[in-house]
Design a protein around this ligand. Structure first.
Ligand code: BGC
Length: 268
């Protein structure tokens, strides 16, 4: 059976752990060449490469890059194009949290989150779109000129006390993604976001690592289980494939109905 992303190349930022790692593996399973990006976690990136190698399906390339740095992003794209010829898919996944009560939040904490979560998406998406436009259509691999997935969060819709920098960055990602989809629709570039709820990854360990914390977390999830990174990985495959060719400018919530006001289940 032919694989859904055969002969395509995908850059997945922040794919040394968590959601990014799962997306890299699932895209590789569907035949895409994978650029594994990390900033500090080289060991994690090597683990992702090992998981991809075990699939015996496709090739991967590890590239260190700080997505908030313009030169670093340009270099990552240049290395990718040198090795694989072009880029077909960008998953702008890198994201961080630096939580603090708002009145105690430092400018450094604010800036760090905006730099990675928002400016990082700007720099990577701009480089990807430039490459899509330069390269032109490849009708044999995809109906679209290129596909971008912006990693958002349920917190592009749910306000989050104590995490104002993070929520503001994800609210920004939503309008960023929609405006790009509007601007480049005529060029057949699809831009969407995935908005995960609580997924079992290192970023939110405190929310699921003890039984007590997990019980509290599950009150926010009508579907009554925490999400797994593969839930997002499989969604990303579909959103990059031609099966979703008419979907652009939208956000897909993969959250077990966390965005559906669970506080109303026995209230109101
Ligand atoms: C955050 C996690 C949080 C989840 C649900 C995500 O975007 O990074 O820390 O558990 O949203 O609140």
């Amino acid at each position: 059976m032919s694989k859904r992303l055969q002969n395509q190349t995908a850059i997945i930022t922040g794919s040394s752990s968590g959601i990014g790692q799962a997306i890299a593996v699932e895209l590789a399973r569907e035949g895409a060449n994978i650029v594994i990006n990390y900033n500090r976690d080289r060991e994690g990136a090597k683990e992702t490469a090992k998981l991809i190698k075990e699939l015996n399906n496709t090739e991967s390339l590890i590239v260190q890059c700080n997505v908030a740095n313009e030169k670093s992003v340009e270099k990552m794209f240049a290395r990718t194009i040198k090795k694989f010829g072009t880029v077909d898919i960008l998953v702008a996944n890198s994201g961080i949290q630096q939580d603090a009560a708002f009145h105690e939040m430092t400018l450094k904490q604010w800036q760090a989150v905006i730099d990675v979560n928002l400016t990082g998406q700007f720099l990577c998406a701009r480089a990807a779109i430039r490459e899509f436009l330069r390269r032109g259509m490849r009708k044999d691999v995809s109906k679209a000129l290129g596909k971008i997935i912006c990693m958002s969060s349920v917190h592009d819709a749910i306000p989050w006390a104590g995490h104002v920098n993070y929520a503001a960055s994800k609210g920004g990602v939503d309008m960023f993604m929609k405006s790009l989809a509007q601007e480049y629709g005529k060029d057949k570039i699809r831009v969407n976001s995935i908005a995960p709820g609580a997924i079992r990854t290192p970023i939110n360990g405190e929310a699921w690592q003890t039984k007590r914390a997990l019980r509290k977390l599950l009150k926010l999830i009508p579907y009554d289980r925490i999400g797994e990174p593969e839930d997002i990985g499989r969604t990303a495959v579909w959103l990059c494939s031609d099966e979703s060719d008419y979907i652009t400018g939208t956000s897909i919530y993969v959250d077990g109905a966390m965005t559906n006001y669970p506080g109303f289940i026995d209230n109101g």
